[in-house]
Design a protein around this ligand. Structure first.
Ligand code: AMP
Length: 402
């Protein structure tokens, strides 16, 4: 037995975090409006423990480096409706909700609109992305009845997630998770805010100002400047980014001791805050906007697994000329076939070769990838060659009788 352990300590396990740390800029580029989404594709690394027997069971489906494509869709946590949900609401496909798994039932065909309406799927935006992932995979060539959406059981789901579904595809290794679609709530942006002291938030402007009781954190720039000089800005931002609970704790310490120790992550040290440097008070205030941390809905695509399953679902063999001859076919949809078309005249003839080259020029100018086969081999063999590399279309011709 062979044990391969590999340290992924400084390698990213997902592409998502790069998007979260850029939230402020992305929000600005979107005109400071929600919802919006950002997508990224790149290498991801996992510290998988690969036992020899395990490799035999999972082949290349569980690897330590793979291509991951992620969409981070930011929404208002108080409004997770999606304007285009009606476009996918009527889709019907295999779903495997938590309830069915726990009671030993199998997956069932459900209408997406019903699954959202009765609360099986947590919200419309999550439902919208489940629908779009279904359309994406089936348009690529994944078979509908070998694709199911399985809801995470409570013990599988990250503690912060509101709901999570995996698109699983059946292949010779069994049902394989190929896309994870999760409502990660506001966890990531809150965690980055806490650690960096930079508020990763969005704002909803009110038509009319509203009166609310608020905890006001008012740092004194003058006193912070005198105490921290060049570091003043970082201390000030960290004070403003405090959660309500942290601010109340500091208020208590300032009132009882006159000072409080405060961890500033961007400085990587603890500083002493005195009464003069900040005032923390509950006040009635007119608000013109609501500031909040957005929730994020994340479809996460394992590209290698999808391509592997696609190969299996598009592959079949057909009988050749002789009894024991089997010909391989990849029935790729035109959308994904690397070569869209073959050009081959039925007979070997110089005139036909010229026509083939003319057709090839036309296809090139239309941006259609193709190959020409003017070898003299039999037409059956040439069809078999194109089948084997998954070319969906062919142009061929014979001379009209004069
Ligand atoms: P996760 O962030 O764990 O939900 O993973 C997102 C997607 O990445 C999964 O749906 C898989 O398609 C893919 N994936 C996760 N781990 C691996 C791995 N070790 N090897 C290949 N693909 C993986």
């Amino acid at each position: 037995m062979q044990l391969c352990l590999h340290s992924c300590r400084y390698m990213r396990p997902e592409t998502a975090q790069g998007i979260f740390v850029n939230f402020k800029d992305l929000y600005y580029y979107n005109g400071n409006k929600l919802p919006f989404a950002a997508a990224q594709i790149g290498q991801a690394f996992r510290n998988e423990v690969l036992f020899y027997t395990y490799i035999l069971k999972t082949g290349l489906l569980r690897v330590r480096e793979f291509t991951l494509a992620e969409i981070e869709h930011f929404v208002d946590p108080e409004d997770k409706s999606h304007p285009k949900f009606s476009d996918v609401a009527d889709l019907k496909f295999l779903m495997f909700p938590r309830e069915e798994q726990l009671t030993g039932k199998s997956s069932t065909t459900l209408r997406l609109g019903d699954a959202v309406a009765n609360g099986t799927i947590n919200n419309e935006t999550l439902g919208y992305f489940i629908g779009r992932v279904y359309l994406f995979l089936t348009r690529l060539g994944i078979e509908k009845d070998r694709l199911r959406f399985r809801q995470h059981l409570p013990n599988e789901m990250a503690h912060y997630a509101a709901d999570c579904w995996d698109a699983e595809i059946e292949c010779s290794y069994g049902w394989i998770e190929c896309v994870g679609i999760a409502d990660r709530s506001a966890y990531d942006l809150k965690a980055h805010t806490e650690k960096s002291g930079v508020a990763l938030v969005a704002a909803e402007k009110f038509a009319e100002p509203r009166e609310v009781e608020k905890l006001l954190i008012t740092p004194s720039k003058k006193d912070l400047g005198l105490a921290f000089k060049g570091n003043q800005k970082m201390v000030l931002e960290a004070l403003e980014a405090m959660s309500e609970a942290e601010a109340l704790e500091m208020k208590f310490k300032l009132e009882s001791n006159g000072e409080a120790e405060f961890q500033v992550c961007t400085l990587n040290k603890t500083v002493t805050i005195t009464n003069k440097m900040v005032s923390i008070n509950k006040e009635k205030k007119k608000e013109h906007q609501r500031v909040f941390t957005p929730s994020v809905i994340e479809p996460s695509f394992g590209i290698g697994r999808i391509i592997y399953c696609l190969y299996e679902h598009c592959f079949y063999t057909r009988a050749g000329k002789t009894e024991d001859e089997q010909l391989n076919v990849f029935a790729f949809p035109t959308l994904v076939a690397p070569i869209k078309c073959t050009v081959f005249p039925l007979a070997k003839n110089e005139q036909f070769d010229t026509v083939a080259r003319d057709i090839s020029k036309e296809l090139t100018s239309s941006g259609i990838s193709h190959i020409i086969d003017v070898t003299g081999t039999s037409i059956g063999k040439r069809y078999a060659r194109t089948d084997e590399i998954g070319v969906p279309l062919a142009v061929t011709w014979i001379r009209r009788r004069q």
